[in-house]
Design a protein around this ligand. Structure first.
Ligand code: NAP
Length: 539
């Protein structure tokens, strides 16, 4: 990148941590710049989220075609999706197909979990060290570690004591797992738990679900894609991706321009019935525009969904347990389901509400609550992630003067555009905190292209050090916080507000997520680039 002696003393121009979708695409783009790049990946294969989350029933909740890479006509032309919401094995096959087509693996080092990354001011470079002690020097460090990739086990005493089979959903084995005739427990009822439960219930001898907080779920309405349909979809790709660029969160769905009470009760009910009967996230992100800002509006839609749950679950007592009471519809990420509620009508399925009878401990043979001891052959932990900042916290990242990123973010993340942090020169984050999440592959492509533009500038101008200014970080962080004001989503504990009761220091809500629109986010980043990277000190 730079013809100086210091460039010669680096192993790479850029190291990317993680070979998920963002790391894969970033590698491809930096290679186009002719840089020496290495991806360090903890797993044995590409795919990130779709490599690790192999739990039963894992699948897209967004339309498969809208969730693929859009940057290559060749990839788009050659890959056929078989379901509107692809199951995890298909998505992982797709990402391996991409890795093959772009010949990515030759620059990806697998089984290489990064333990630390320390900034070296003298050489203007990062020293990156793996858990096994191998270490590399790179000019630039790009994190592609994912917002949901640091799984957390529940802080219940005795987790280590259980003698049967047990697994966190994000660490699921690569070999097939049978539930046939087994007594299975699932702890956790987020999007992952719900997909797991509806699948395991099909074959388990018995399934016991331990639910702490019910979530508002809505039907996925998945279907196979026929050959003819695939051809029609492909013919419309340009238009579809254009639409994704224009919507608030890059989804195919976008908020209805009306407010909830602009229309009559009958019209509201008909609109919600329509959304409830359609595939995907329409009911969440295509609903009335005030659903997540107006308390009364939110209460109305919550009532509608509660009645749907009541109509689908035969035992009224069980139905009430499945209806959330501490948050409104859509204020947490809405899990999409396929006959999830009907599972509780099956004889082999039991719901244990652990708000009523808390789990006391995991024992050698099962789970002990305040009311009973349950024996199991298998316990599945669908207990989620130390989200957004958790995957950063697990790496000892130290910037100028040895400052730890974890300490820097103790009170919540502070960033410039969600990409840079002052005091951490030459480090760029893909899908880091303060980024527009939404349809993540769309955000990834924008994020990577922006970072690539910055890297091109660095290459062309022979830059060896770039750092966000303190003022830039303060202004962006304040802006992100102001966007969260008045949103009901930020009044609720969830991974989206940085809360994980299993992790010390993550009990208090923070603004870790950018809540503005994706077009606004892109406009801001484009403007910063057009102004010669305003808010950065380039050297
Ligand atoms: P999650 O939404 O954080 O859910 C974790 C669940 O575990 C919650 O029900 C939580 O209860 C429970 N839990 C955690 N610790 C517990 C404890 N000590 N005792 C009892 N229960 C405990 O995590 P997730 O379901 O893995 O989903 C995370 C995100 O991943 C989703 O929101 C979504 O964005 C993404 N995801 C996407 C897909 C997809 O696209 N298809 C599928 C799965 C996940 P509380 O609510 O009471 O804390």
């Amino acid at each position: 990148m730079d013809a100086s002696a210091t460039a010669a003393s680096t192993d790479f121009d850029a190291i990317i941590i993680g070979a998920g979708m963002s790391g894969m695409y970033q590698l491809h783009r930096l290679r186009e710049l002719g840089l020496r790049v290495r991806v360090l990946e903890a797993g044995t294969g590409v795919g990130g989220t779709w490599y690790w989350n192999r739990y039963p029933g894992a699948r897209f909740d967004s339309e498969s075609y809208s969730y693929q890479f859009s940057f290559s006509k060749e990839l788009l032309a050659e890959w056929d999706w078989t379901e509107h919401f692809a199951p995890q094995p298909e998505t992982l096959r797709y990402l391996n197909f991409v890795a093959d087509k772009l010949d990515l693996r030759r620059d990806i080092q697998f089984q290489s979990r990064v333990a630390s990354a320390h900034w070296q001011e003298a050489g203007r470079c990062w020293r990156v060290t793996l858990e096994d002690g191998r270490s590399y020097v790179t000019r630039f460090l790009i994190t592609a570690v994912g917002p949901l990739s640091a799984p957390t086990m529940p802080n219940i005493p005795g987790v280590e004591d259980f003698k049967g089979e047990s697994c966190h959903t994000a660490r699921w084995p690569h070999e097939p797992v049978s539930f046939e005739g087994k007594r299975v427990a699932v702890i956790g009822t987020g999007a992952t738990g719900i997909q797991t439960i509806q699948e395991v219930a099909k074959t388990a001898g018995s399934l016991t679900v331990f639910q702490r907080t019910p979530n508002w779920c809505a039907p996925l309405h998945n279907a196979k894609i026929t050959r003819e349909e695939m051809a029609t979809l492909r013919a419309g790709y340009d238009e579809m991706f254009q639409r994704c660029q224009e919507t608030f969160s890059c989804f195919l769905h976008t908020a209805d321009p009306r407010n909830t009470f602009d229309v009559s009760e009958a019209e509201r009910q008909a609109f919600w019935e329509k959304l409830y009967s359609e595939p995907g996230f329409g009911i969440w992100v295509g609903n009335f525009k005030d659903m997540l800002t107006n308390r009364e509006a939110n209460a109305e839609v919550s009532k509608f969904i509660a009645n749907k749950i009541r109509s689908r679950v035969k035992d009224p007592k069980v139905a009430e347990k499945l209806i959330p009471t501490n948050h409104g519809f859509g204020t947490r990420r809405v899990p999409l389901e396929t006959k999830y509620y009907e599972v509780y009508n099956q004889d082999n399925v039991t719901l244990v509400d652990i708000r009523e009878t808390p789990i006391e401990r995991i024992t050698e043979t099962g789970i002990q609550t305040t009311a009973a001891q349950y024996d199991f052959d298998m316990i599945i932990y669908a207990t989620g992630f130390d989200a957004i900042t958790g995957s950063f916290d697990r790496i000892d990242i130290r910037g100028v003067n040895g400052m730890a990123l974890k300490d820097r973010w103790e009170m919540g993340p502070e960033t410039y555009l969600g990409v840079l942090v002052d005091g951490f020169p030459n480090m760029m984050m893909l899908i880091g905190p303060h980024m527009a999440l939404g349809n993540i592959p769309r955000s990834i492509e924008y994020n990577v292209d922006w970072v690539t533009g910055l890297m091109r500038t660095a290459r062309d101008r022979g830059l060896t050090r770039l750092e966000a200014t303190k003022d830039g970080v303060t202004a962006w962080t304040d802006h992100v916080k102001s966007l969260a004001e008045g949103l009901l989503t930020f009044e609720v504990d969830s991974w989206m507000t940085g809360v994980n009761r299993n992790v010390a220091g993550k009990q208090v809500r923070t603004v870790a997520r950018y809540a503005g629109s994706a077009p606004d986010y892109r406009a801001k980043c484009d403007d910063v680039a057009a102004k010669g990277y305003e808010g950065l000190v380039l050297a």
